[in-house]
Design a protein around this ligand. Structure first.
Ligand code: AMP
Ligand code: ZN
Length: 316
């Protein structure tokens, strides 16, 4: 097997691209694909400041590696979730990557905020991934604002996006389909633009890139994610990809270029108020995150005041 680009012996075979690459040409191919996604989707430019959300996994570290090498102005942000040894290792990998590259990494520890994910789940009885999503959204926006970044980049890859798209299609979640885009513009000046530069890059490709670049990343999945429906969707998609290489690329790529225009999000009024607690944009007196925080404080005996929380209504 020879490299499609330079005819030297190939080391990486990509059936979905009908190509094979030697080490150097694969790295070039990968970086070019990420750059092209950034340009085609107008994610950001050289003068933007980008907060890269790094989990310590292969995708976000590979993304940070590419962006920093390409000369973009980046700041890393890691949210230490407080999920036992998994979170300790995730933080450690993020920090050692930043140190080895001389890059700036900011870390917020949820345990320090009395918001470690197990604490939040215990207090609110919300599913872990949903509580974690609310908390992450708040801290990503807050960290971007604090670091003077107008863009937040995450490492969601093609496999993540394909599984999410399949889930949304299976249940015809039209609102979610309308919002599943590689670029989400902010609806308030205090919020950042959210971008996914790896949305057309497969998990195999990011893992290969991380390996060839010598990036030491956390291999284990979040313990809360095991058994999640998304894993079942991924397995189905892997089967389809095996039978017909390129399926995931077509599914996600064509959805973004042609399909998604058919789904428009319902108009919601912009947040005109500021949360009385954290100061971030809010639709009510306090934002969703601060309602959650108030509930956790109350349940864990940290707060004197009782705040109403809409999540209470959803409890069984
Ligand atoms: P996940 O939801 O775990 O699949 O992660 C998707 C993306 O969100 C990752 O590629 C990161 O960019 C970001 N992310 C997830 N967890 C964290 C974290 N604890 N701290 C910072 N960024 C994160
Ligand atoms: Zn708030």
């Amino acid at each position: 097997m020879k490299c499609t680009r330079c005819r030297e012996p190939a080391e990486v075979k990509l059936r979905s691209h009908n190509s094979a690459f030697c080490r150097e040409c694969f790295l070039l191919f990968f970086r070019r694909r990420v750059e092209r996604a950034i340009e085609h989707q107008e994610m950001f430019r050289r003068d933007d400041r980008i907060l890269v959300a790094v989990s310590g996994g292969k995708d976000s570290l590979a993304l940070w590696d590419v962006l920093a090498d390409a000369g973009y102005r980046t700041v890393g942000f890691h949210l230490a979730l407080g999920i036992g040894g998994y979170s300790d290792r995730s933080r450690e990998r993020s920090e050692s990557f930043a140190r080895s590259r001389g890059l700036e990494l900011r870390v917020t520890s949820l345990a320090d905020e009395n918001l470690a994910i197990p604490t939040v789940v215990g207090a609110t009885r919300r599913p872990a991934c949903s509580a974690c999503g609310t908390v992450k959204r708040h801290y990503f926006d807050a960290a971007a604002l604090e670091a003077g970044c107008n863009v937040v980049a995450t490492g969601h890859n093609l496999d993540d996006e394909a599984a999410r798209l399949l889930g949304n299609v299976l249940h015809w979640q039209v609102e979610h389909l309308a919002r599943q885009r590689p670029v989400i513009e902010p609806r308030h000046e205090k919020f950042a633009r959210k971008v996914k530069p790896l949305y057309l890059t497969s998990e195999f490709e990011t893992a290969t890139f991380a390996f060839l670049r010598g990036i030491d990343y956390v291999v284990e999945e979040c313990p809360n994610a095991v058994g999640a429906t998304q894993l079942a969707h991924k397995a189905v998609l892997d089967g389809l990809e095996n039978a017909s290489p390129g399926t995931k690329l077509a599914f996600v790529g064509e959805f973004v270029t042609r399909g998604s225009a058919g789904f428009q999000p319902t108009e919601r009024p912009d947040a005109e108020r500021s949360c009385s607690s954290c100061g971030m944009p809010s639709w009510g007196e306090t934002c969703g995150f601060c309602s959650l925080r108030a509930l956790v404080d109350r349940k864990t005996g940290r707060a004197a005041t009782v705040a109403d929380d809409p999540a209470e209504d959803r409890r069984p």
